[in-house]
Design a protein around this ligand. Structure first.
Ligand code: RB5
Length: 150
């Protein structure tokens, strides 16, 4: 059972390749059930697609203010995390547990959570998403470090 956590975020964009289709559907349903507005950027089928295209689409969506945070997925999360971090204004965090989900917000002000559809189980993924959306950036010394990256 996922713990209830309040979040100031309302609109979340999801995108991923064919390696994480099931995880994207699961997380979209999870977020919708919790009252978030979900922007599903695809992919929508099992045919093989290129994960950088979905990272680019998600970056554009956040930049245009059509969503407040993003969640990206591919088989391992590795390729799509590399792709999203090519964008100067995106901070994508590839996370495998609740601790990473919390710290990527508190210390890194990550605006995109990245998960591996083939490497992370559904309950852990839901926990990561809930924590990512509910945790605030700590600022202070971390703000200086984050500023150095952009
Ligand atoms: C696609 O088969 C796979 O390479 C992709 O989902 C991802 O794991 C890449 O990093």
């Amino acid at each position: 059972m996922t713990q209830e956590i309040a979040s100031p975020i309302r609109i979340v964009a999801l995108a991923g390749d064919h390696g994480a289709l099931e995880m994207k559907s699961l997380l979209a349903a999870h977020l919708t059930a919790k009252g978030f507005d979900v922007v599903d950027l695809g992919t929508h089928g099992l045919e093989s697609v290129d994960y950088p295209d979905f990272a680019d689409l998600l970056a554009q969506t956040l930049r245009e203010g059509k969503a407040e945070r993003g969640i990206l997925m591919c088989g391992t999360g590795i390729g799509i995390s590399i792709a999203i971090n090519r964008h100067r204004d995106m901070r994508g965090a590839l996370v495998h547990d609740a601790y990473g989900a919390r710290l990527c917000r508190e210390h890194n002000d990550a605006n995109v959570l990245v998960l591996g559809g083939r490497t992370t189980g559904p309950e852990i993924a839901k926990d990561c998403v809930d924590i990512f959306l509910a945790t605030a950036f700590e600022g202070g010394r971390h703000a200086r470090r984050v500023a150095k990256m952009s």
